[in-house]
Design a protein around this ligand. Sequence first.
Ligand code: TXA
Ligand code: MG
Length: 336
Amino acid sequence: MKIFKIKEFLKLEKNEIRSIFNDHVVVLPTETVYGLASKIDCEATIKKIFDVKGRPSDNPLIVHISSLEMLDELIVGKISKEYHLLIKNFWPGPLSLVFESKNTISKTIRGQSLNTLVVRMPKCPMLREIINIVGVPLAMPSANSSGKPSPTSVHHVIDDLKDSVPFYIDGGECESGLESTIFGIVDSKNIIFRPGAVTKEQLEKILDRQVEIKPNSQSFGKFVCPGMKYKHYSPAHPLYMFQNDNWKENMIKLRKEHEDWKIGILMHSSQRYDEICFDYSYNLGNNLKECAKNVYAGLRYLDKTCDAIFISEFPIQDEGLAIMDRLLKASSYIIR
Ligand code: TXA
Ligand code: MG
C-alpha cells in the first residue's frame, strides 16, 4: 500500500492521479470522516468498495462532487428553491441531499430499487481539487469495515482495511468527526434521514420551518435509507449506554458486579466521574462539537484496551442528536 499526504498527492502529474482512480479504490479524507472512493462510472472499482468494506450490496453510496455542473449530470428535475437555499448555505460542507437520480447512474451506487441519489459537495478544497482532476464524481462511503466506528484519521482506516486498499491519502484528523447529515424533501415533507454534522437547528433556521427526523426502522413513501437498518458504529467490546439521572449509580453498580473487567469511560462535558472506579478514560471534550469530533476516535481507543466501554447520555440537541443516534446504534446495552 502507498500512503500520501494530501498535498504530496496533489503534486503528482494529473494523468497519474487519473490513472490511479481508473484502476483502484482510494482512501480519501473529508471534513466528516474518511471515505473509500471510486469513480461513479467504473463498475469494477464500485464493486470493490463493497468487497473491501464487507458492505451489504443493498446499501447505496453517497456521490461526492466538486462543482454544480457535476450535479446536473447526475439528477433529473429542477432543483427546488429550498434545495437552492440549502446549497447556498451548506455547500461545500457536510450536508447530503436526496435527489431523483438519472437512470444512467449505476444501480450498484443507488441501490437496485431506488430512483434516488444522495449527493454532497465536500468542504476540503484539496479533496474537491482531486475530484476536479479525476473529472468524474466519486462514490464514497465511510472507510471503516462495515459495522465498525467510522474512521476520523488515516490510521483508523489502516487498522480496518490494511493492505486491501492500495492508496491511502492522509489529510490529518477530520474536522467534524461525524458523517454528513442526509436531508431530503420527499412528498413535500422535510426529513432528516440521518442526523449528522449539520444540525437540525441549523437546517430549520435556514429553511424557516420545522424538519422531521425519520425514525430508523421506518421507510418514507418510496424513499428508504437502507443503511440505517444495519448494526453500525460498534466497537468489538460491548458499549454500555447509561441514560437518565441515575446513570452514575448504575455505572457504580455494574462496576461492582464485574470487578475483573477492564472498564473504559468516554467522559464528556460537565459530568463528574470521581466516585466511579474505572481503568481507562478518554475525554471527548467540553462541548457537543468537540464530543462529536472525538466520539469515534474515543470508541476506537478504548476498544483496544478495555473489556467494556461506559458512556452516559448526551442531550438531544445540536450535535447531541447525531452523537446519540450513533451511540445508541453502537451500544450493546442501554441501562436506564
Ligand atoms: O459524511 C459522509 O456522508 C461520509 C463521507 C465519506 O462523505 N460518507 C458516508 O457514507 O457516511 P456511508 O455510506 O457510510 O453512509 C451513507 C448512508 C447510508 O446509510 C446509505 O444507506 C444512505 O446514506 N444512502 C446513500 N445513498 C442513498 C440513496 N440513493 N437512497 C437512500 N439512501 C442512501
Ligand atoms: Mg458509514
